[in-house]
Design a protein around this ligand. Structure first.
Ligand SMILES: [Zn+2]
Ligand SMILES: [Zn+2]
Length: 209
């Protein structure tokens, strides 16, 4: 429990410090606010795509018997045996693992320095990365809420807006053929991935079946 607590604390402290740096460098955004908004959307969409790729990898490619990664695959497999069990997990259990994985990356990026004032490209890249990391840090929580039939009101509002993963969208993943809707941050990338069966093709290329 202590490592998860440290991971959540460090991850969110670094995200907060990065946000402060970006705001200090970008403020006032003036005519650049549409570009910065685009960076936020693209970063968040990248997190959604990454969540789908990781989720698919541990559902379809890496099994519990796989050396080194088997322990990571186990919760993914167990989630399919008992999808509602996720609702029993507290905040630290739900989010600690992702935060522990993200914290070293965030620390390196933070130590490399923030964006320079009025350097639009640097500010844009930092904003994109911040949005990406924030989306990933909260993905497991969004996934948990998507299993909740009565989420907090603000969560239900964000789900209805499509900002975070909704129950109706995620239900597709837990219905036959159990091979779609892998993205679990917001689910934005699922329509394209599923329509063109991109992950099924990738599985074919890797496993040959
Ligand atoms: Zn799954
Ligand atoms: Zn689920």
């Amino acid at each position: 429990m202590i490592p998860r607590l440290m991971g959540v604390a460090l991850c969110h402290s670094l995200l907060f410090l990065m946000a402060v740096r970006i705001i200090q460098s970008a403020w006032p955004p003036g005519i650049f606010w549409p570009l910065l908004s685009l960076a936020v959307v693209l970063g968040y969409m990248s997190a959604d795509f990454a969540s789908g790729l990781v989720h698919w990898f541990f559902d379809e490619i890496c099994g519990e018997a796989t050396p080194l990664l088997g322990g990571v695959a186990r919760p993914f497999r167990e989630h399919h045996k008992d999808p509602e069990d996720i609702l029993k997990h507290d905040f630290l259990y739900t989010n600690g693992g992702a935060c522990l994985a993200l914290a070293p990356i965030l620390l390196v990026v933070y130590l490399l320095g923030g964006p320079a004032k009025e350097d639009l490209l640097s500010i844009w890249c930092h904003t994109l990365f911040f949005s990406f990391a924030l989306g990933l840090a909260w993905t497991n929580q969004f996934h948990k809420w998507a299993h909740c039939s009565c989420p907090p009101r603000i969560v239900g509002f964000l789900q209805a807006l499509g900002v975070i993963l909704s129950k109706s969208h995620h239900d597709h993943h837990h219905q036959a053929p159990f091979s779609r809707a892998y993205c679990i941050t917001a689910g934005w990338c699922n329509p394209v991935l599923d329509k063109f069966q991109l992950l099924a093709r990738l599985r074919c290329a890797i496993k040959g079946d």
